[in-house]
Design a protein around this ligand. Structure first.
Ligand SMILES: Nc1ncnc2c1ncn2[C@@H]1O[C@H](COP(=O)(O)OP(=O)(O)OP(=O)(O)O)[C@@H](O)[C@H]1O
Length: 257
């Protein structure tokens, strides 16, 4: 299902956090949103998973205006993981993952065999099967992040919204997660700080700076040394990935040695 942000604006206390953001994620595409700290990435995502009402603009989910969709309908269609991955209660891992089915159930309806199998499969895909009976509050940051991703997958959404899903993950789990996203066939909008991961995993990249989209397109068109210097204030060399030919950034870190 296609996701389209059309002229999205968020104004809080007279300050524009997101300015006239238009961005399309075609069905089954992975689109990365990158940009410096405070550039409005999470604010834009919060509008898509309905934690925040935009000041103006429209979010189209397929051919439907998100603001007019019943909450239960959008909860079935869009799954999200947030940046801090906060979990307040000491549920077990399998209980948290099962919560992903909530938009599909009525009241206290129990999970059926298919739904339980879905939860087991998602835990296996995220390499957390061995943690099923652990309390989530006892988990490491990366383990907890994988639990929340499993919960998002069992929701069986059409659209996944992920805010820095790799930030606590070790390199193996980063690579596995991005491979899983690419193989999922879902429409994915993901905030990533690691530009090299974004280049490797995304069909297209949008760059936000001070709330505005300053570039968007395939990674090789967007991730240029000039853009990285302009937007992030960092000197980088862009070299082709030896296997894929995609752009990879090498940073110079000043040193007296
Ligand atoms: N509720 C709010 N009230 C006032 N300012 C806010 C609010 N929420 C976010 N901001 C500000 O809006 C700006 C954009 O925040 P946002 O979290 O969207 O940035 P971000 O690009 O996701 O940053 P980061 O990379 O650090 O996660 C920041 O300056 C932030 O302090």
């Amino acid at each position: 299902m296609e996701l389209k942000l059309d002229g999205l604006c968020v104004v809080t206390d007279g300050r524009s956090l997101v300015r006239d953001l238009s961005l399309k994620v075609l069905t089954g595409q992975v689109v990365g949103l990158v940009g410096p700290n405070g550039s409005g990435k999470s604010t834009a995502l919060r509008c898509v998973y309905r934690a925040l009402r935009p000041s103006s603009g429209t979010i189209w989910v397929g051919d439907r205006d998100l603001a007019r969709l019943p909450l239960r309908h959008s909860a079935r269609t869009i799954a999200a993981t947030t940046q801090d991955g906060a979990v307040d209660f000491d549920f077990t891992v399998e209980e948290v993952v099962a919560l992903g089915r909530a938009p599909h159930l009525r009241g206290n309806q129990a999970l059926g065999a298919r739904e339980r199998a879905l939860c087991v499969s998602a835990m296996e895909r995220l390499d957390i099967g061995h943690l099923a009976h652990r309390g989530v509050l006892t988990l490491s940051g990366g383990e907890r992040q994988r639990v929340l991703l499993a919960r998002a997958l069992v929701q069986e959404p059409d659209i996944l919204i992920l805010d820095e899903p790799t930030n606590h993950l070790d390199v193996r789990h980063q690579v596995e997660l991005l491979a899983l996203l690419r193989a999922s066939g879902l429409t994915v909008l993901v905030v990533l700080h690691d530009l090299n991961l974004a280049a490797a995993a995304c069909d297209r990249i949008g760059v936000l700076a001070r709330g505005s989209l300053v570039a968007s397109g395939p990674p090789e068109d967007v991730l240029t040394a000039e853009l990285v210097a302009d937007v992030f204030g960092v000197t980088a060399s862009v070299v082709p990935h030896p296997l894929t030919g995609g752009p990879q950034l090498l940073y110079s870190i000043g040193s007296s040695r």
